[in-house]
Design a protein around this ligand. Structure first.
Ligand code: NAD
Length: 374
């Protein structure tokens, strides 16, 4: 098997996470050839060179188009602000490269569908950066639901609450700009939660959503001027899966005190599951058959008997971290690139997630239940 040669674009928060995953994946997973960290792009040559040195990339460029066209790059890894994903992904696909793209896939569902169709037509592999569902315990949760261990599932409650913008003194950034970020908490956090809902219970079919802006202006650090916040801090929705299961979504970037509160509960006739990413090595399971004085939620602690844990550590309860989820995601990508089955969540899932986000926004505008578009 030849080693995949990676071109990484963007080295902020998530670009570093990708670089760390790419450096670890060959060591963690025995069936994966360590990828070649070939070329790195950022906004300037100097910034790219500094990041390439720190993150173990062989070469650097200040022009992402050069990276996409480079014949020594097999996989383009997009870790830039949201509005750049579309042009970068389409250019990479046009050059015949496989593409790994951070969420959200684009700023509109139409653009996201365009990218997914182009990737299919070009026959390249494509994977979204929905890392949270790579958690070994969430793979267990999905399998338990699919196997009927919770009985008939009749309710889902999902939230993704963070407080990174709860302080009004947090400066204005690209995340507050409609043209650069698309929606606010929905695009940033809701995209992960919607993908998690799809992963556990299948497609979301209908939504009734409301948006809320808490801090209407912030100070622009570049100019010192006050700038309008153009997208929502909080989104809430009643939802209905295509299976008929009803539920709720709540996402917030101003949830004071919560740092990575991606949480869900699934309720069924024979049991329930609860999870909170802030305690990501614990899955809580209520087995309704265990009655009497000993009934109650029990905690499954992540360990080598769960999928994808053992390659990191042979001992139970020692725990994986956020960055390890990206290592698992990188493994999924590289298996697909090496000729394995297509990886999921692919760009079609990226487009479906985008369609749910858009339906929540449309529902806020109309005040009515809204079907999720194709
Ligand atoms: N999966 C996750 O858990 C997760 C977490 C954080 C961010 N993200 C996603 O990752 C993306 C980036 O977010 P971030 O928090 O890393 O942002 P960031 O602002 O920290 O970093 C963005 C990077 O892109 C670079 N960049 C900007 N314009 C560029 C251009 N024209 N050419 C080359 N490089 C350019 C910036 O210089 C910077 O290095 C977003 O789409 C975000 O939604 C995902």
């Amino acid at each position: 098997m030849t080693r995949a040669r990676i071109g990484l674009i963007g080295t902020g928060f998530i670009g570093r996470t990708h670089a760390i995953a790419l450096s670890a994946v060959g060591a963690v997973f025995a069936d994966i050839e360590a990828p070649v960290r070939e070329l790195l792009a950022d906004t300037t040559e100097a910034a790219a060179r500094a990041a390439a040195g720190a993150l173990g990339f062989a070469r650097a460029t200040g022009d992402w188009r050069e990276l996409v066209a480079d014949p020594a790059v097999d996989v383009v890894d997009i870790c830039t602000p949201n509005h750049l994903h579309r042009d970068m992904a389409l250019a990479a696909i046009g050059a015949g490269k496989h593409v790994w793209c951070e969420k959200p896939l684009a700023n509109t569902a139409r653009e996201a569908r365009e990218i997914a169709a182009a990737a299919d037509a070009a026959g390249v592999r494509h994977l979204m950066g929905f890392n949270y569902i790579c958690n070994p315990l969430l793979q267990v949760a999905r399998d338990m639901i699919a196997a009927g261990e919770l009985g008939d599932v009749y309710a889902f409650r999902g939230s993704y609450l963070e407080d990174y913008m709860s302080d009004p003194a947090v400066p204005w950034s690209w995340r507050c700009d409609r043209a650069l970020a698309g929606s606010g908490a929905l695009a940033d956090l809701g995209s992960h939660l919607i993908n998690l809902g799809h992963f556990l219970l299948g497609a979301v079919a209908r939504v009734n959503g409301r948006l809320q802006v808490v801090h209407r202006t912030r100070r622009d650090p570049a100019t010192g001027a006050t700038r309008a916040v153009e997208n929502e801090d909080i989104a809430r929705a009643l939802i209905e899966f295509a299976s008929g299961v009803p539920g709720t979504f709540e996402v917030s970037r101003v949830a004071t005190g919560l740092k990575c509160g991606l949480a869900f509960a699934v309720f069924g006739t024979r049991g329930a599951l609860e999870f909170d990413q802030e305690r990501m090595n614990e899955l809580r399971w209520y087995d309704a058959a265990a009655g009497g004085a000993r009934r109650g939620f029990r905690t499954l602690l992540a360990g080598p008997e769960h999928p994808d844990y053992r390659p990191f550590c042979p001992a139970p309860g020692h725990g994986l971290g956020y960055n390890d989820l990206k290592v698992i995601e990188a493994r999924n990508l590289l298996r697909a690139v090496a000729g394995g089955a297509p990886a999921w969540p692919d760009f079609h899932e990226g487009a479906r997630v985008q369609a749910v986000m858009e339906a929540i926004e449309a529902s806020h505008a109309s005040g009515a239940w809204t079907d999720v578009g194709a």
